[in-house]
Design a protein around this ligand. Structure first.
Ligand code: PGA
Length: 219
C-alpha cells in the first residue's frame, strides 16, 4: 500500500522538519505500508537527514525531475543529483502538464531517466487513455476535476479506471488514486481491489491529518 504526500510548492525547511518530527514517530510500522513524502527540491536534503536521524519508516520522493541528465540544462534537477536524496519521483502531474507545457514525450524521457538510475517513477494519468511510458510499473489516476477541489471521484469509478489501466498495461501495473483524498474518504479508495494506494495533496500538509490517513490505511 502506497501513501504519498505531495506537498507541491509549500513549506519552508523549518516547516518541513516540524512535519517530519510530528509524523515520524506516529507512522504505523507495517511491512504493507510504504509512506513517501515529496517536498520541494530545496527541502529534500534536510528532510532526508531528519528521516535517517529519527529512523522513521518514511521514504523521500521528488515532485519532478529533468528529462535530461547532468550537463548544460540551466534550472533543471537531474536524477543523478536528486538520487542523493530520493527513491521515488512523481512524473507528469496535471499541474505540470497545464502550467509548464509538459508533454507525453517529455514525460516518457523523465521516466527513462528515473528507471535508468533506479528511481521509481509514479506517472500521473487523467484516465485510461493517458499513455503510460514503457517500463513504468506505478501510476496514479488523478481526474483533474478532483484535484484540490474537495470533490473526489467515487471509489467505484476510480476502481473501474484502475481496472482498465491494468487490462491495457498488464497486471504488474500498480494503480493509485489521487484527488481530494483525506482521512475520511481514504478507506473507500484503498479497499477497492484494483487500487494500491493514494497520492495526497492538500490533506498531506497538515501533520495530524496525514497521520490519520496513514493509520486508516494500516487498519
Ligand atoms: P489534492 O491533490 O489531494 O489536494 O486534491 C492531489 C494531487 O494533486 O496530487
Amino acid at each position: 500500500m502506497w501513501i504519498i504526500a505531495n506537498w507541491k510548492s509549500n513549506k519552508t525547511i523549518a516547516e518541513a522538519l516540524d512535519w517530519i518530527s510530528q509524523i515520524g514517530p506516529q507512522i504505523p510500522k507495517s511491512e504493507k505500508l510504504r509512506v513517501i513524502v515529496c517536498p520541494t527540491f530545496d527541502a529534500l536534503s534536510e528532510v532526508k537527514k531528519a528521516i535517517i536521524v529519527g529512523n522513521f519508516p518514511l521514504l523521500v520522493g521528488a515532485q519532478d525531475l529533468s528529462p535530461f541528465g547532468t550537463g548544460a540544462y540551466t534550472g533543471e534537477e537531474p536524477v543523478q543529483t536528486l538520487s542523493q536524496f530520493i527513491d521515488f519521483v512523481i512524473v507528469g502531474h496535471s499541474e505540470r502538464r497545464q502550467n509548464f507545457g509538459e508533454t507525453d514525450e517529455m514525460i516518457a524521457k523523465k521516466v527513462v531517466q528515473a528507471l535508468d538510475n533506479n528511481i521509481t517513477p509514479l506517472v500521473c494519468v487523467q484516465d485510461e487513455n493517458t499513455p503510460v511510458p514503457e517500463g513504468c510499473k506505478l501510476v496514479v489516476f488523478e481526474p483533474v476535476f478532483a484535484i484540490g477541489t474537495g470533490n473526489p471521484d467515487t471509489p467505484e469509478n476510480a476502481d473501474e479506471i484502475a481496472k482498465k489501466l491494468k487490462e491495457k498495461y498488464g497486471d504488474g501495473l500498480e494503480v493509485l488514486y489521487g484527488g481530494s483524498v483525506n482521512s475520511q474518504n481514504v478507506k473507500g479508495f484503498i479497499s477497492k481491489p484494483n487500487i494500491s494506494g493514494v497520492l495526497v495533496g492538500n490533506a498531506s500538509l497538515d501533520a495530524e491529518e496525514f497521520v490519520k490517513i496513514c493509520k486508516n490505511c494500516a487498519l
